[in-house]
Ligand binder design. Structure first.
Ligand code: F6P
Length: 548
């Protein structure tokens, strides 16, 4: 397969990048009064405005040509039909099958997985309704009041981000608490507030071998047994979500308390599976289904919309444009909605564990930048933290701004104030403020010529910072489902365009293996492994000074 850089469309885009980097977005807007209409798309529930990206019609057309040259439609068909496109693990990539609300059959190795998914969804429904109705009783006959969800990475970020996003819609049936960090402080701070008689643990781990999760789960069992005293009571207070029944049995969780998932579901794309059980327990199964339905709508859009109308594909093309052509090294995710405060963290795994790669599908070193560093926080808080850098730094950081028309909480004029900042910041990042504007502003403030001359260079904002704006109807269950699916398909498209396998994560293996060896050194004084002098010095310092 020829390298992407040899494609005609890629070469044209390199020329367009040179052409556009000498232009300013302000002039692109002033010469095209229809720019917003030209570079924005609307789908039910979402407006996507990419007119503040540094593109023109020619570059946009070349980006769409690049998508076509990379056979994006054929790859999409491969994914949706269950082809094993996760080539290094020989697995299908079928998180879309988890929210296949049309129930069309999808086959993996000859089995219709749609039927399997529906069996698991029904099991989730029955269980979550039994727990929420108070009919699932603990070892002292009391119903569940608290759920502790133990898991890390994709077994944590999805469920936690969604439950935080939708907390406004929760009733007071039960509370959900997340434990993901192996730092004992996290599980200690959770458990010391809870009553073992009314606490249900959901241990989520696709492999059921992740050291952090297994450590937290064992600590939870020890805490529980201090009160229950009886191993048999575990069955009433521990359920698991995993593909690995052998390991869940070995841990002591009965098969009937295990919710299965499948190896064709990547961890970072798994919240739609039983990994999302904490969502159903906390919000009710109907809300969990609404999240699935929102994602399904976007799946339909992704499959049916022509490339130039296809929102996730455009998102991917713009990220490739900014990263691989304009040389940007990061991308900020800036939700103007407190409920979406975990979205940047969720997308860090989604984007950077998928596309943080350096070789092509064929294993050849890529000769272009792949994934940008994904980071961010709620926009308003960011305005008082890092927006100085976004506006006047000499590093360009493309950003996704996300807001909603309708707030979850109607409090005075807060939403209008929030949205005024949302609108103002992308305008300021695009337009900037030049010397002439600074001068007239300072003159109006009565500054002397000397003062003005000294201040102008410090007050100029160059602008020309690219952003995309998303306006959701509302951050509700369907809205969150839509938003996550948009980014999932963006990640997929970006990987295909970059010719990289977005579906494995070999880069996490080395650290895990070294940590396991060093853990043995820290727990067994007989064991000393060879290390570089830094690592050896650090380990020795810790061992010498720790209080056992
Ligand atoms: O970060 C590596 C990783 O394998 C992720 O892909 C995954 O979501 C996480 O660890 C947890 O894995 P598991 O669900 O198997 O515990």
């Amino acid at each position: 397969m020829s390298s992407r850089v040899e494609l005609e469309s890629w070469k044209k885009l390199c020329a367009s990048a040179d052409r556009l980097q000498s232009q300013h977005l302000k002039s692109l807007f002033s010469t095209d009064t229809q720019r917003f209409e030209r570079f924005s798309r609307q789908e039910p529930g979402v407006l996507f405005d990419f007119s503040k990206q540094l593109i023109d019609e020619q570059a946009f057309s070349e980006l769409v040509d690049l998508a076509e040259a990379c056979d994006i439609a054929a790859w999409r068909e491969k994914m949706f039909s269950g082809e094993k496109i996760n080539i290094t693990e020989q697995r299908a990539v079928l998180h879309v099958a988890l929210r296949n609300r049309n129930n069309t059959p999808i086959y993996v190795d000859g089995a219709d997985i749609t039927a399997q998914v529906n069996v698991e969804l029904e099991k989730m429904r029955l269980f979550s309704e039994r727990v929420r109705s108070g009919n699932w009783l603990g070892y002292t006959g009391r119903s569940v009041k608290d759920v502790v969800a133990i898991g890390v990475g994709g077994s944590n970020l999805g469920p936690q981000m969604v439950t935080e996003a939708l907390a406004a819609y929760a009733d007071d049936t039960l509370d959900v608490h997340y434990v993901s960090n192996v730092d004992g402080g996290q599980i200690a701070s959770v458990l010391n507030k809870l009553n073992p008689e009314t606490t249900l643990f959901v241990v989520s781990s696709k492999t059921f071998t992740t050291s952090e999760t297994m450590t937290n789960a064992k600590t939870a069992v020890e805490w529980f047994l201090q009160s229950a005293q009886d191993q048999a009571a575990i069955a009433k207070h521990f359920v698991a979500v995993s593909t690995n029944l052998e390991k869940t049995r070995a841990f002591g969780i009965a098969d009937e308390n295990v919710f299965t998932m499948w190896d064709w579901v990547g961890g970072r794309f798994s919240l739609w599976s039983a990994i999302g059980l904490p969502i159903a327990l906390y919000l009710g199964f109907d809300k969990f289904v609404a999240v699935l339905e929102g994602a399904f709508e976007i799946d339909q859009h992704f499959c049916q919309a022509p490339n130039e109308q296809n929102i996730p594909l455009i998102m991917a093309l713009l990220s490739v444009w900014n990263t691989s052509f304009l040389g940007c090294q990061a991308q900020a995710i800036l939700p103007y909605d407190q409920a979406l405060h975990m979205l940047p963290a969720y997308l860090q795994q989604g984007e950077m564990e998928s596309n943080g790669k350096h070789v092509t599908f064929a294993g050849e070193e890529v000769n272009y930048r792949t994934v940008p560093i994904i980071w961010g926080m709620t926009g308003i808080n960011g305005q008082h933290a890092f927006y100085q850098c976004l506006h006047q730094g000499n590093v360009i950081v493309p950003a996704d701004f996300i807001a909603s028309i309708e707030p979850q909480h109607k409090v005075g004029k807060h939403h209008d104030i929030l949205l005024s900042n949302f609108f103002a910041q992308t305008e300021a990042l695009m337009a900037g403020v030049d010397a002439e504007q600074v001068r007239s502003d300072l003159l109006a403030k009565g500054k002397s010529e000397q003062e003005i001359a000294a201040l102008i260079p410090h007050k100029i904002h160059k602008g020309n910072r690219p952003t995309s704006s998303f306006i959701l109807d509302k951050v509700d269950a369907k809205g969150v489902g839509r938003l996550i699916a948009l980014y999932e398909h963006k990640i997929f498209c970006q990987g295909i365009i970059l010719d990289i396998c977005s579906f494995d994560q070999w880069g996490v293996e080395l650290g895990k293996g070294l940590a396991s060896n060093i853990e043995t050194e820290l727990t067994n004084p007989e064991v000393v492994n060879p290390h570089d002098s830094s690592t050896a010095g650090l380990i020795e310092y810790y061992k010498k000074n720790r209080k056992n």
